[in-house]
Design a protein around this ligand. Sequence first.
Ligand SMILES: N[C@@H](CCC(=O)N[C@@H](CS)C(=O)NCC(=O)O)C(=O)O
Length: 172
Amino acid sequence: MGKVPALRVGETVLFESAVILEYLDEVTPPSLHPSDPLQKALNRAWIEFTSELFVDLYRMALAGDREAFEENLAAARKKLQRLETQLAEGPFFNGAGFSLVDAAIAPAFYRISLMDGILPLSLFDHLPKVQRWSSALLDRESVRASVVPEFRDLFREYLAADGGYLGSRIGS
Ligand SMILES: N[C@@H](CCC(=O)N[C@@H](CS)C(=O)NCC(=O)O)C(=O)O
């Protein structure tokens, strides 16, 4: 499809991030999903919801002008507001334990933190539960180790080379 992510397993290439996630969860027991079928289904629904957040962030990263950037920033904020209403004690989505829905959203929080380092986004303002969720995930060793050490520099180089609204702000 010309899109990322993709996962090669032997001769087979899997695509669609949620499908890849479910596959990895199945081949590395125990499952990170809740065991209750209804809770599991609900978690899958929220994973699907977060996939739209990635689209907003991708469009923010590559927005050509301020208008397009802010339009997608607003769309991302709306989704995070929605997520705020789903969180309880935390710090993770289902409480104290890390689960698959956390794994699904962690890269979004990482990208938000990187973009926020270029241009303050204030995406977590008035969203204390989402803020706590993001911090808990970004503090996890498994999340840190999920990208190459030079990811931040590569991301910034990619944005700078793109020359969009965000990329043109790097180093300014
Ligand atoms: N629903 C797909 C979306 C994949 C997707 O749109 N990936 C974007 C990056 S976030 C991409 O590779 N875009 C390249 C392109 O569209 O040319 C998934 O979750 O895997």
